[in-house]
Write a protein that binds this ligand. Sequence first.
Ligand code: SF4
Length: 312
Amino acid sequence: MATINVMKTMTLVDDILKLKKEKRALVLAHNYQRGEIQDIADYVGDSIELCRRAIEEKDARIIVFSAVDFMAESAAILNPDKKVFIPSSGARCPMARMLPAEEVRLWKKKYPKVPVVLYVNTLAEAKAECDICCTSANVVNVVDSLDADTVLFGPDENLAWNVQQKTGKKIIPIPEGGFCPTHVLFLKEDILLLKESHPDAVVAVHPECTPDVQSIADFVGSTSQICKYVGESSAKKYIIGTEVGIIHRVKKENPGKEFIPAYDGAVCPNMKLNTLERVYLTLKEERNPITVPESVAKKARKALERMVSITQ
Ligand code: SF4
């Protein structure tokens, strides 16, 4: 049975590689994607790294963005001349849905003079309502760049807490209590127990984790920052507090180091909806295209491009 599965995977990989060439397709995979998708992707990275790649790869005709909806939408908005597809139409980020555009408008009414910074983990309609977007990698630079002491920030309240600590500005989280259902699974108690068994391990976590978890970590950063940190640090062992898909990448890039998930059940079910079979079908049938109405895309593009210009 195992041999049949391996053969099936090898055939699928061959077919995907062939289709990529034939169709001049670029396959981009987020750090949380299944290992087998990361292995066939042209690039693996965080949302903004992947959007940048999409812009830079001028020869690509189509892009298969293996991630969740808001990331593929951002790629489509920033690359209006390319066709963008997502392997699974059901791969939707629940956190992005916690802040609909109408709610952003309500907060703007309440605080008309306060700039609105939205995490890229929002849908295009919400992005269209903000002044500037940010990622977890560039949020501090983005907030620092604003000539304002108070900022409306959404949708992740834990990231809002992190930015307030780092910038000293008053951050008003919108909505109240927005969160990533995967990152709140990490618990301080679990990490402290792991530290007892692995006293030499360094703890690196994502800022979508709760303040409790962030407070006991040695390093807090985005997925790209965690990858960089573990690559450059001299420590041999790491406890990783972000979606477990990243373990595949850090292990591959750092063969001499050991990585322990801070909680091995921290799986984003939406990210995992993308499978090798679905990548293959998307390439073959060009299914699940991402389209954003131009009236929305135009405004969202402005917020995304403003972010890119600050953090290049
Ligand atoms: S890990 Fe969290 S923020 Fe990222 S896609 Fe999944 S639910 Fe959304």
